[in-house]
Design a protein around this ligand. Structure first.
Ligand code: ATP
Length: 373
């Protein structure tokens, strides 16, 4: 009897309303092809638009309970946030997504796929295939700061940058494991020389937390003799990622650097619309695209749904690892290959890829490629 899994689906804002339905179509198709037993809960609304609709009075859909987020085997959401509501609402969900579920690893692949015109001169598909591995629970986003306001004027703002030994250790170990497994990549190893390589990047020498990050990596390095360890300052890394992207395999970095470098990597792989990601811990995982709600193109039916489809595929792979279920891991490979098949044909492409097709047409093409694989 096939094991069943509960997957919670949430919309979000902006293009979420266009790309989440495509992800649901892909989940349905992949379930049929790989005989998965997935029970989809939702999709439910949340995010800034939800707040606006409810006059900022309610935090979330009453059906989206804290228990539901913990009970589901996995969950996924579209991008959240609209510029007009920044700072104007409370929590989006009844949990602090990354901290409460301890989702310490944000995995964000950067791969130049076949059929996609890259922005870097002379780089061909296969030349770029690295993972950004962003620590997801520490650093500048812990909110251990505050402001000094006197007579209504904010005079000072402080952000504290927190890095712990535990936080450094587990994300760097995860980096080594990903370099070993080649998971979420087109091929294991760095494209230039096939070496499994972990690039540790931060700004040591300047930031105390980054000194700790490097020191922990140096302590762990002897445990992984099969993976080459490479160290780069984050500013230098941003240069080298553009000049020689083929050198990189898995690149591990503290939270804020990962946030910034994954957007740059969205450009390096040809479009933010191709940038999938998961937020993964040891117990829980959720999927969301790397990009935001893209209000500039929302409502026009032209957003690229590939980022969302890749994200849910990665989520299935994580679930397969956790439950030792090969059919889920095969389903991820199926989605990954179906996307390559559609891209290489160049028949159906959204405007970000230079085409004229709609979100729905590209979603249909991915489903078709899956069903005929
Ligand atoms: P945030 O600040 O939350 O990351 P944003 O809306 O400012 O969000 P992004 O959504 O991350 O920025 O993306 C930047 C640009 O990339 C958008 O303005 C949009 O034009 C493009 N983009 C993002 N996602 C997609 C997509 N799925 N398909 C096509 N273009 C996209």
């Amino acid at each position: 009897m096939t094991r069943s899994y509960q997957i919670l689906a949430l919309y979000g804002d902006g293009i979420a309303y266009e790309i989440v339905p495509e992800a649901l179509k892909v989940l349905d198709a992949v379930s049929r092809v790989y005989s998965l037993n997935l029970e989809i809960i939702g999709p439910y609304e949340f995010g800034s638009k939800y707040y606006a609709k409810h006059d900022m009075k309610e935090g979330w859909d009453p059906e989206v309970t804290r228990e539901l987020l913990f009970d589901a085997d996995c969950w996924f959401k579209g991008p959240v946030g609209l510029p007009q509501y920044i700072g104007k609402h409370g929590h989006y969900l009844p949990i602090n997504q990354r901290l409460d579920q301890d989702l310490y690893a944000n995995i964000r692949p950067c791969r130049l796929r076949p059929g996609v015109e890259g922005v870097l001169k002379g780089r061909e598909p296969g030349d770029i295939d690295y993972l950004i591995l962003r620590e997801n629970t520490e650093h500048m986003y812990v909110k251990a700061g505050g402001t000094l306001s006197r007579a209504g004027e904010t005079e000072m703002a402080v952000d504290n940058y927190i890095q712990t030994r535990k936080g450094c250790e587990r994300i760097i170990k995860k980096g080594y494991e990903l370099a070993r497994s080649g998971d979420y990549k087109g091929r294991a190893g760095a494209p230039v020389d096939d070496k499994r390589r972990l690039t540790v990047t931060a700004k040591w020498g300047i930031c105390q937390g980054d000194n700790l990050f490097k020191a922990v990596a140096e302590e762990l390095e002897p445990d992984y003799p099969d993976v080459e360890t490479d160290y780069a300052w984050i500013d230098a890394w941003s240069y080298w990622a553009i000049m020689r992207p083929n050198y990189y395999d898995v690149c591990v970095m503290p939270n804020q650097y990962g946030d910034i470098m994954s957007d740059m990597s969205g450009a390096i792989q040809g479009s933010m619309g191709l940038a999938g990601s998961i937020n993964a811990g040891d117990e829980y995982c959720y999927a969301e695209p790397t990009h935001g709600s893209a209000p500039d193109i929302a409502g026009r039916g032209i957003a690229n749904p590939t980022s969302m489809a890749l994200s849910i595929g990665m989520m299935l792979n994580w679930l397969g690892d956790k439950n030792n279920d090969q059919s889920l891991k095969d389903a991820w490979k199926g989605i990954d290959e179906a996307i390559d098949k559609v891209l290489v044909e160049k028949k159906v492409r959204t405007p970000d890829l230079g085409g004229k097709n709609s979100t729905v047409e590209l979603g249909d093409a991915i489903v078709e490629a899956l069903l005929t694989s």
